[in-house]
Design a binder for this molecule. Structure first.
Ligand code: NAD
Length: 315
């Protein structure tokens, strides 16, 4: 066990959490000697790679598709090669990082991890069944974390079907691309224990990330703020307030963001933006989160942004 208590507990982002810690003894972060990651896609691979590289932990990388594992590890090799060629790391460090990644298609191989991060697609039933399985497959002390962008962490915790396991559920919401973005949201379920929170905070810091705390509320912090901004840019476009280049240019050159909201929507994926706006709208019932009509139409047209070759711009 580490003897330090994370400074974030003292800082306490949400008043509800700050209150619950001030009364009891301070929780201590447990040591994470081995990580599990479930889902070797865009996010899972990035999380596994950064954990192996920055935190120096061995990672069991589980995916139900061997093709996804092969593709992910090929991508990891490419990223590591790039770091070596830019002299960010040595060849030996790159080989040591790569050797810490252990791919498998078997969930049972998570029997010796201290912390597991789930990064399978954003489908509630799929996440629920994975968490029900994780509660069985992982050791009884393991932290069970989700990378969900929008699903209630409290609901995911309940899917473990055990109050004890639910207390070990939390969300570490990494941002894309994981090796580049420093921020990570730590979202606590109603059931999450203080020990789970401090362990998650400490491990994210070990990965070189800067955690922000968020309550389990639709969209959490990042998407609650970002998606209405993107949606409003789309409404400005569809109602003729400005053209796409003007919208992106004024935000890029006027507010010092690296890219405008419409280009950013293309990079995130138009379908992902739509799904998150729908969650915000449905879960809050607040009309201010109504998805733009054009956003819905673009999803219908299959114009999903960079990944489909066409979004607000052509790729
Ligand atoms: P992805 O589609 O790139 O990867 C998902 C992986 O999960 C695939 O490799 C797939 O084979 C695997 N998988 C599917 N079912 C599985 C199962 N039953 N067991 C094991 N593996 C399984 O998805 P992604 O973009 O990496 O997103 C993963 C999660 O991260 C989602 O919850 C998403 O909302 C969240 N997220 C995504 C982004 C982003 O920008 N892509 C950003 C933050 C959070």
């Amino acid at each position: 066990m580490f003897t330090t208590t994370s400074r974030h507990i003292l800082r306490g982002a949400a008043p509800r959490c700050a209150r619950s810690y001030s009364s009891g003894p301070a929780a201590q972060a447990a040591e994470v000697k081995k990580l599990g990651v479930v889902g070797a896609g865009q996010m899972g691979l990035g999380i596994a790679l950064v954990a192996a590289q920055k935190a120096g932990v061995p990672v069991t990388l589980v995916d139900n598709s061997q093709a996804s594992l092969d593709k992910g590890l090929k991508f990891a090799d490419k990223l590591l090669e790039k770091d070596v060629s830019k002299q960010k790391i040595t060849k030996d460090e790159s080989l040591a990082t790569r050797a810490r990644l252990a791919p498998t298609t078997k969930m049972e191989d998570l029997g010796d991890v201290d912390f597991v991060i789930e990064a399978v697609p954003e489908i509630p039933d799929l996440k629920n069944s994975i968490f029900s399985n994780l509660a069985q497959a992982c050791p009884p002390h393991a932290i069970l974390s989700t990378n969900t962008s929008s699903i209630s962490v409290t609901r995911i915790a309940a899917a473990t079907n055990s109050a004890e396991a639910a207390s070990r559920v939390i969300s570490t919401h990494f941002m894309n691309p994981v090796p580049v973005q420093k921020g990570v949201e730590i979202i606590t379920a109603l059931q999450t224990s203080p020990a789970t929170i401090v362990t998650a905070l400490a491990f994210c810091e070990r990965m070189g990330k800067i955690p922000s705390r968020s309550a389990d509320s639709p969209g959490f912090l990042a998407n609650r703020i970002l998606m209405p901004y993107i949606n409003e840019a789309i409404i400005c476009l569809e109602t003729g307030v400005g053209g796409k280049e003007d919208i992106d240019s004024i935000m890029k050159n006027g507010t010092n963001v690296p890219m405008g909201p419409l280009q950013l929507a293309d990079f995130i994926g138009i379908d992902t933006c739509m799904a998150i706006m729908e969650v915000l709208h449905r879960e809050t019932g607040d009309s201010k989160y109504r998805p733009a009509v054009l956003l819905r139409k673009m999803v219908d047209a299959g114009w999903l942004g960079k990944k489909s070759g066409k979004g607000f711009y052509d790729y």
